[in-house]
Design a protein. Structure first.
Length: 202
């Protein structure tokens, strides 16, 4: 008989689960149970915290099932798939931010070459125009990716709910914070962060 952790009572039972592996419906291990918050009177599980790749993810007990003596996270494989997709998009963003940094350095070198007379005015204006076009294209792509990540508009082969996406997003908050801080630093005085979001949001 399949039971959800939400239907079980008793502190001793839940204590035995601590440190146990959690499986996705496809059989893969998605994490380890680190903490279970119990109700005082009925000793029922109210919140379960699972270590997924070094990050604690809060899961509703009703989404965890005992199947063949294993704890199975009903949507564990789905959350993992969303997390991997978010990671991919964030890594793309990091790559674009690196390109923007290199482009800024190139713009500076071109300015210096022109001031010191190493290139003609015609070549200088042509190069600056090329740099500007690439800069705008990169910003548009960065804005599209950021909008997709923050707005949950990612393409995935499986259907997922807003709750699924919010859970995966919380799991990736450190990675997201790193990308956003890198973006803020690269935007500099060109845009405020809020202006950038407003300019490129769908």
């Amino acid at each position: 008989m399949v039971k959800s952790l939400g239907s079980i009572r008793g502190r001793k039972f839940f204590e035995k689960l601590l440190g146990g592996k959690v499986y996705a419906t496809n059989g893969s291990v998605v994490g380890v149970i680190k903490k279970i918050v119990l109700g005082k009177k009925k000793q029922e599980a109210r919140e379960v915290f699972i270590d997924v790749d070094g990050k604690l993810v809060k899961v509703k007990p009703t989404r965890l099932y005992i199947i063949d003596n294993k704890i199975v996270w009903k949507d564990g494989d789905k959350i993992s798939a969303i997390s991997r997709r978010i990671d991919g998009l964030l890594n793309e963003m990091i790559g674009i931010i690196k390109e923007l940094r290199e482009l800024r350095e190139l713009r500076y070198r071109v300015d210096v070459d022109f001031v010191q007379g190493r290139i003609s005015e015609e070549k200088y204006l042509e190069t600056r125009q090329e740099i500007l076009k690439k800069h705008e294209r990169l910003l548009e792509e960065l804005g599209r990716l950021l909008s997709a990540v923050l707005g949950g508009k990612i393409s995935l082969s499986v259907k997922f709910s807003d709750e699924d996406y919010a859970m995966a997003l919380r799991e990736k908050r450190q990675h997201i914070s790193y990308v956003l801080e890198s973006l803020r630093a690269e935007l500099g005085d060109e845009y405020s962060f809020e202006e950038f979001l407003n300019k490129f949001k769908d």
